[in-house]
Ligand binder design. Sequence first.
Ligand SMILES: *[C@@H]1O[C@H](CO)[C@@H](O)[C@H](O)[C@H]1NC(C)=O
Ligand SMILES: *[C@@H]1O[C@H](CO)[C@@H](O)[C@H](O)[C@H]1NC(C)=O
Ligand SMILES: *[C@@H]1O[C@H](CO)[C@@H](O)[C@H](O)[C@H]1NC(C)=O
Ligand SMILES: *[C@@H]1O[C@H](CO)[C@@H](O)[C@H](O)[C@H]1NC(C)=O
Length: 558
Amino acid sequence: MKWSSLSVLPLLAALCRAAPSAPGWSFNLKKTTSGIVALESIVVSPTLVVFFDRASNDPLQINNHSAWGALWNLETDTVTPLNLLTNSFCASGALLSNGTMVSVGGDPNGFVGNPGIQPGQQAIRIFEPCASPTGEGCTVFEDPVNLHLLEKRWYPSSARIFDGSLLIVGGMHEDAAFYNIDPALSFEFFPPKDSAPRPSEFLKRSLPANLFPRVFALPDGKVFMVANNQSIIYDVEANTETILPDIPNNVRVTNPMDGSAILLPLSPPNFIPEVLVCGGTAVDPAIQPANLSSQFPATSQCSRITLTPEGIAKGWEVEHMLEGRTMPELVHLPNGQVLIANGARTGFAAIAQVPDAIGGSNADHAVLTPSLYTPTLPLGQRISNKGLPTTDIARVYHSSITLTPQGNFLIAGSNPNAQFVAPAAGIKFASELRVQTLDPPFMFVDRPKILSAPAKVPFNSRVTVPISVPAALRSRNAKVQISLMDLGFSSHAFHSSARLVFMEGSISPDGRSLTFFTPPNGRVYPPGPATIFLTIDDVSSEGAWVIVGSGKPPPTLE
Ligand SMILES: *[C@@H]1O[C@H](CO)[C@@H](O)[C@H](O)[C@H]1NC(C)=O
Ligand SMILES: *[C@@H]1O[C@H](CO)[C@@H](O)[C@H](O)[C@H]1NC(C)=O
Ligand SMILES: *[C@@H]1O[C@H](CO)[C@@H](O)[C@H](O)[C@H]1NC(C)=O
Ligand SMILES: *[C@@H]1O[C@H](CO)[C@@H](O)[C@H](O)[C@H]1NC(C)=O
């Protein structure tokens, strides 16, 4: 048979198709919407994410009124409303040592058309561990009269600490439109450790731009905090504050000048803590919002510090993102890189306070392309957006993002408006109900699998689990990483309690089992839920959901 040019061409095309280029990162839009504005999100089980919004006129209904809490099912991409009593607007939260999710604080106000809503500032919302993959029978428990915070807190932060309980930080009492002019200048705990809140000089010093302080439990049990341009280490046991250097160059990193912050991955044997703070704004917080603008440039500055005596003496090391960002969020990848996503190039957090607000948005020029930060690369080479996709969905004020147990990022929310504003012509920043995933390249190739894992793993122990490894990753020289992760609670450009602790370990010669060594104690990984990922040459498995420690209610040192 003689090959005509006509028959050769399709053959060449087929050959080209047979050798596809390596898969890249992609944004993928979900078929269902979130029903409420997912301005807070937390993964509470291998298949479920809790979303919180304010009590507003959201489309998702429950008991004949708009819902402001919901469960997102990661397997089916469907949403179920949750019944809440108190307003969860601008709250914080975390998982406790016994696997229970607790959400704390919120908005003092109700909303027209939403009868029965109770003020949220002292709220404690309990979501017990949910064994049902679909969330059936799982609900939020509230008892505002008998179970509440000591002080009113709207815009507080929180972090799970070494005994598995929650440290709750700052916030404000009542309505403050921009700066914190009615501050809660104290810390408290859940479950409580004291009969009264603990006053904090740090919170006083960081006024008026200190809402949602960025807070991390350090591997010695102390707690790092940054708010405005101030940072400290708080010793929970001694109740003392040690002042650290200011964030350099006049940059402010907490609401309404939201930057974000992250505890970089902790590695054995020394688990030396390093903190990275990115974005925010270089502006004097004595300036009132009437004299600020939605076009005021956000900073591209990232500041990094090593929390050892030498590192603190050296101070913050400065590097730059590819663009300025206010309200970015920093999220761990299982391989130790950090995703920088969401936010805007100009303006501020909060709603309708600057004279040139865009609708209700104090910010403009949404950043639509994420970047990756690689902590192990030399200064100046760590940040890149090479290969990262661009979305057309703005995620500005009141958006959230979280790593899922599946290994991709769930992105939802955005609503810089005083109520629910449906998309319409001429509205630049409507209330956003579209849900996306940002999928790393490994979602599209054969991945390692952790075939099973014990429900609980004790501290300081050796654990072996069955795995499978695809042929392409079976090289003896492959880079193997085993990460123990708290996926965190995403609210207001900050992922509280997020943590990645690398574990020593190895794959058996037959490739069928993985042995790893758990962290020495709850200071390195606060007791509670974790997701374990196996990453081989940057291809991560799905996460295995475990409880690290005894699973007892807090406080517990086991
Ligand atoms: C919701 O409203 C409908 C119609 O007004 C009524 O029949 C129903 O009982 C209401 N359900 C609840 C839970 O209040
Ligand atoms: C931090 O903020 C204070 C108060 O605005 C200011 O006086 C100080 O210079 C700032 N520090 C740095 C390093 O910019
Ligand atoms: C705005 O700036 C003007 C001129 O500097 C000043 O007089 C005024 O007090 C400022 N107003 C606010 C609300 O900051
Ligand atoms: C976990 O501990 C918290 C705080 O003590 C408590 O409210 C919750 O009911 C506990 N849940 C379980 C399942 O033990």
